[in-house]
Design a protein around this ligand. Structure first.
Ligand SMILES: CSC[C@H]1O[C@H](OP(=O)(O)O)[C@H](O)[C@@H]1O
Ligand SMILES: Nc1ncnc2[nH]cnc12
Length: 336
């Protein structure tokens, strides 16, 4: 069994009386959850809900970096080994109705809110364009590298305003978690799921799609797939000592082929047609992560404490009160 974290801090909660599951409006779901939740899922385009899970609570979180993209839904996933419910925290990246553009997603609030309720492992889902012929629309990719083509307009770090931190980002995703995700994806192969084990993900600024010249440039760099959402999400997860892996589903060939240029309708129709596989993939990963032998991975024991030192480069005399307060909220006890 996963144990409660030490130093667990509860979120300030705001009363909420109404929650949404799928298209159903439900009243009376709890607005607090008194156990730590270790696994988070961030749903992207076309994956705004995880409808097959039991909805245990809806948390309206507030962080020093604002409110997350959506209320956090606490979902119960039955552990395949014990049958006991494992709680999962779900956030819809673009809001409950896709009202947030990629550059408007409050990634710091999303990551900070998830960490504050105990989350140490995040599975993030994304609809991506394919930059390679062999990655066909509806194929899944577990990327292992990222090229940053955002434009510096999104807040991208927790360490600023009087406390400097430098975290390693050579591997933007968590290799151990990636292995679990790949294993689960391969189990579904032959049932309509095609999985590519690796890939370089280009994260562009958007919200406009790429020009043809850009698309060809990214191909010449060895890019496999493209989206607008991996960054700063993956950077912030790394800073927050959270094990993070993105699962990508190709929805188009961007515009490099010269025919069938990407548009929103194309993305949504592939997402809709393959949503069942996407949900099965995520559920399979959650099944696996619920196993007792993966407890240390789920708790990201291998990352624990790394920011104590990475964030202590600023001498005590140089630290501002505001930075100390904000980082103290994220990492209770680290910089006392
Ligand atoms: C609707 S097409 C562009 C949009 O789709 C992807 O979203 P997400 O990564 O959240 O699934 C892409 O990153 C863009 O935000
Ligand atoms: N071609 C594309 N470019 C950027 N983000 C995307 N998301 C889905 N398809 C995309």
């Amino acid at each position: 069994m996963l144990r409660p974290l030490k130093n667990f801090t509860y979120l300030p909660l705001i009363n909420q009386r109404t929650i949404y599951i799928g298209s159903r409006r439900m009243a009376g779901v709890a607005n607090t959850y008194n156990e730590p939740v270790h696994i988070g899922v961030i749903g992207g385009t076309g994956l705004q809900h995880l409808p097959s899970f039991t909805h245990a609570a809806t948390i309206n979180a507030s962080t020093p970096w604002g409110h997350p993209s959506s209320p956090i839904s606490i979902l119960h996933h039955p552990s395949p080994s014990t049958g006991k419910p494992i709680p999962i925290a779900f956030i819809s990246r673009h809001g409950l109705h896709h009202e947030l553009a990629p550059h408007e997603v409050p990634s710091r609030a999303n990551i900070a809110a998830l960490r504050s309720i105990g989350v140490r492992t995040i599975i993030a889902f994304s609809a991506v364009g394919s930059l390679q012929e062999e990655i066909k629309p509806r194929d899944f990719v577990v990327p292992d590298q990222v090229i940053d083509r955002t434009k510096g307009i999104r807040p991208f770090t927790f360490f600023e305003g009087g406390m400097v931190g430098h975290v390693g980002f050579a591997d933007p995703f968590d290799n151990k978690l990636a292995d679990v995700v790949r294993k689960c994806g391969h189990r579904l192969e032959g049932e309509g799921v095609v999985l590519h084990d690796k890939g370089t993900l280009i994260c562009m600024e958007g919200p406009q799609f790429s020009t043809r010249a850009e698309s060809n440039l990214y191909r010449s760099w060895g890019g496999s797939v493209i989206n607008m959402s991996a960054l700063p999400e993956a950077k912030l997860a790394k800073e927050a000592e959270i094990s993070y892996q993105m699962i990508c589903m190709a929805t188009d060939y961007d515009c490099w082929r010269g025919t069938d240029d990407v548009n929103v309708e194309m993305v949504m129709s592939h997402m809709k047609a393959n949503a069942e596989n996407a949900l099965r993939f995520v559920a399979g990963v959650l099944d696996e992560l619920s196993k007792e032998e993966l407890e240390d991975l789920v708790l990201a024991k291998h990352l624990e404490g790394q920011m104590k030192f990475a964030g202590a480069i600023t001498g005590v005399a140089g630290r501002t009160k505001e930075a100390k307060e904000k980082l103290g909220w994220l990492f209770p006890g680290y910089y006392d």
